[in-house]
Design a protein around this ligand. Structure first.
Ligand code: FAD
Length: 266
């Protein structure tokens, strides 16, 4: 459908012998290498998602500044402006989060795997929505192939699927937080982000969820809970970087966190 420069092939290993010097890392520790590769891939996709939101915003502006409707220029239309503003808000908040993680990596600080997984869950969803909204803003000219929006739309669609689909990641993360009491949440929110208040709120909500769902293996709840933890992390990072409530990224992150929190609480 998209990313046509990536060739899809099947590789068969049949009686292949690997010499010791052909091993990646040490024998028995292959999963660590696979995990590192997943983490870098998931971070890369999240960063590319930010690029997609920027590019589609640029194309939206280019069109809206020239398109004169019966009501005036599209660029002055409040619906257009709200969509553009929403793109910028998410960009500010997520770039702050990604920069924070990048700085940790550059300083040699070990970054918890869940940060990459949560980012990969959230960023492609936002990029996909931004491209779809961008196509809507550009109208028929956004749909036809002479414009690059269809290609962007096909390419970004893959982001929600590969390197772990949104649902597979959400199910596994949410399940680990709700069912297996993984120590990841305290690690992410308290040890790394100093957000005891958010951890308390999430733990309380988790107890309420367990009472309601009992032993039912409810994937929808796991996915929603993982999404909420992701937004809690984004909110917490933005709070560390700026305490100014007028800050665009911070206010967006807080609103997204609260929206997901109350949706799940209901
Ligand atoms: C262009 C392209 C390039 C690729 N490149 C690579 C590559 O380089 N290396 C590589 O290893 N793979 C690659 N892949 C494969 C890709 O990683 C997988 O397709 C992806 O992880 C999804 O797995 P799947 O297709 O088997 O979907 P499935 O596992 O069959 O999932 C189908 C759907 O089921 C739902 N689902 C799945 N699991 C759960 C769950 N636990 N809880 C709730 N819902 C769930 C989701 O909605 C998901 O989208 C590539 C794929 C494409 C299309």
């Amino acid at each position: 459908m998209g990313v046509r420069a990536i060739i899809q092939n099947t590789i068969y290993f049949d009686g292949v012998r690997i010499e010791k010097n052909g091993l990646l890392g040490n024998s028995g520790f292959g999963l660590e290498i696979a995990k590192t590769s997943f983490n870098i891939g998931r971070l890369g996709i999240s960063i590319a998602s930010m690029g997609v939101i920027k590019r589609v915003s640029q194309l939206m502006c280019r069109y809206a500044e020239r398109r004169n409707l019966s009501t005036g220029y599209l660029s002055d239309n409040t619906n257009f402006r709200e969509q553009l503003y929403s793109n910028f808000q998410s960009l500010f908040a997520l770039e702050t989060f990604i920069t924070f993680l990048g700085n940790q990596i550059d300083r040699g600080i070990s970054v918890h795997d869940d940060f990459f997984n949560l980012l990969k869950m959230i960023c492609p969803e936002l990029a996909y929505t931004a491209v779809d909204n961008g196509m809507q803003i550009i109208g028929a000219r956004g749909y036809i192939e002479t414009n690059c929006i269809p290609q962007l739309s096909r390419d970004v669609r893959l982001f929600r699927i590969f390197e772990g689909s949104t649902e597979a990641l959400g199910d596994s993360l949410g399940r680990s937080y709700i069912r297996y009491n993984s120590d990841a949440m305290p690690h992410l929110l308290v040890k790394t982000l100093n957000a005891n208040d958010l951890l308390e709120e999430l733990e309380e909500l988790k107890s309420e969820i367990i009472v309601i769902i009992g032993d039912v293996d409810d994937s929808r709840i796991y996915i929603k809970y993982a999404d909420l933890v992701g937004y809690a992390c984004i909110f917490a990072v933005n709070r560390i970087i700026s305490s100014d409530v007028q800050n665009t990224g911070l206010s967006w992150a807080e609103k997204r966190y609260k929206k997901h929190y109350y949706e799940l609480k209901q």
